[in-house]
Design a protein around this ligand. Structure first.
Ligand SMILES: [Zn+2]
Length: 426
């Protein structure tokens, strides 16, 4: 399973882009017209659904950013900086139960997962790599001369993303050559970073995608050299597409204006009765301990007055695949969903907003918004050559992989993509 972060459905057919590896796979396998992702259409919940087949209501990873009411602080899933695990059964759990190996390089939400014997989670801090990457693998990569001591810095800076992705691929090639797993998970980041920074279809994004395609080609070459290409099924997909950004709303500034948040000169909060966790085209609004009874209504009115912003109350959460509010949870009191062109941040001051990188494209919006649709293709043993799928759902990916592996994911919320599979009931 190769996730090319931010690979929107429209890139694969762009005639001005040379993508020999991706198109070669598409030609000998199956592809979807578009993959509808989940809400919010951000990286950490999407990747968790890709390996569980369940929505955030079940797996508990509700956003890149949430507020942890129990801990009383904002919580970033982003960068795997916390101990919160996946609350649902994963593909790697089922494989381990059968005594089979999973390897994972740069896949979100794998910190501390001992069911993955060869595991380098997706981090930004070198210290976390050193602490949580599987020790034998890490040592072997260093001994092979790979600069694993730079994984953190290369992951933390968008401009160095091509080196991060190269290192991810090299780690995968090492694992394939030494301890070939039953399931390999890989995640490349540069296309996502360059779309945020330079725009959808920008020269930088297009360069990035060609680089990702070249890495995929190198992976295919490695499999061929190991004699494994004909026996390996490949799934390549994005976790979401992108929408352009024209208007930015710094929502915690508005919370301050409502008198529900106060900061000192250094930006530390001196009063926090409400907080908004920005997730790009979505935002989570929390009334916190000590908030006045009117806080939610006032925020609903304030945010609902913004053009192109939909305010969603808890009665609609189940339909979005999100859990009902519960004491001490990460579940917000309100959710904001943005139209195309609108972007939310959690910046609480103009200074903080000015100091942050300016994204010209983003995601997180409702998955029904067309440009948020991701690419999906698969090829190899078990896959019907030439199968043209229409729009598929992201929750179908994990049960499809499970079927290919001959395992079950009983909790999966969608059926496998039987029309793309050989020997499957149709
Ligand atoms: Zn992503």
């Amino acid at each position: 399973m190769l996730s090319i972060d931010g690979l929107g459905a429209s890139y694969v057919d762009d005639p001005a882009l040379e993508l020999p590896a991706l198109r070669g796979l598409a030609a000998r396998g199956a592809r979807a017209r578009r993959m509808r992702v989940i809400f919010p259409s951000v990286t950490w919940p999407c990747h968790t659904s890709l390996v569980t087949g369940v929505s955030p209501a079940r797996h508990g990873i509700l956003g890149n950013m949430v507020f942890d009411r129990h801990g009383g602080e904002p919580l970033e899933h982003f960068g795997d900086r916390n101990e919160v695990g996946i609350g649902a059964e994963t593909l790697w759990d089922r494989l381990r139960a059968r005594g089979e190996r999973t390897a994972s390089i740069c896949w979100p939400k794998t910190r501390g997962v001992d069911a993955i014997p060869d595991n380098i989670p997706e981090f930004y801090e070198q210290e976390l790599f050193e602490r949580y990457a599987s020790r034998p693998l890490w040592t072997e990569l260093a001994q092979a001369g790979l600069p694993v001591d730079r994984y953190g810095p290369w992951s933390a800076a968008h401009a160095l993303g091509p080196m991060q992705d190269w290192l991810t691929l090299e780690a995968a090639r090492h694992v394939l050559a030494t301890r070939p797993p039953r399931l390999l998970l890989l995640h490349f980041l540069t296309l996502d970073s360059f779309q945020h920074d330079y725009g959808i279809g920008s020269p930088e994004a297009r360069w990035a995608l060609r680089e990702m395609d070249a890495l995929l080609g190198r992976l295919l070459d490695s499999l061929a050299a190991l004699g494994r290409l004909e026996t390996t099924t490949l799934l390549v997909f994005g976790d979401h597409g992108f929408a352009g950004v024209e208007t930015r709303h710094h929502l915690n500034q508005m919370v301050r204006e409502l008198g529900l948040l106060e900061l000192d000169a250094k930006g530390a909060h001196t009063k926090r009765q409400a907080w908004v966790a920005g997730n790009g085209g979505a935002a989570y609004v929390y009334a916190l301990d000590g908030a006045p009874a009117t806080a939610v209504a006032r925020m609903r009115e304030r945010f609902g007055a913004l053009p192109g912003v939909e305010v969603i109350g808890p009665e609609q959460y189940p339909g979005l695949g999100l859990p009902a509010p519960a004491p001490g949870s990460h579940v917000p009191d309100l959710i904001l969903a943005a139209d195309d062109g609108i972007f939310f941040t959690g910046h609480a001051t103009a200074e903080a907003a000015a100091a942050a990188p300016v994204y010209v494209a983003a995601h997180g919006h409702r998955p029904e918004l067309a440009p948020l649709g991701a690419a999906f293709l698969m090829a190899g043993p078990g896959v019907r050559t030439g199968a043209a799928l229409g729009e598929i759902g992201l929750l179908s990916v994990a049960p499809t992989v499970a079927r290919l592996l001959g395992i079950e994911l009983p909790a999966a919320e969608a059926a496998p993509l039987d029309e793309a599979l050989e020997h499957a009931p149709r």
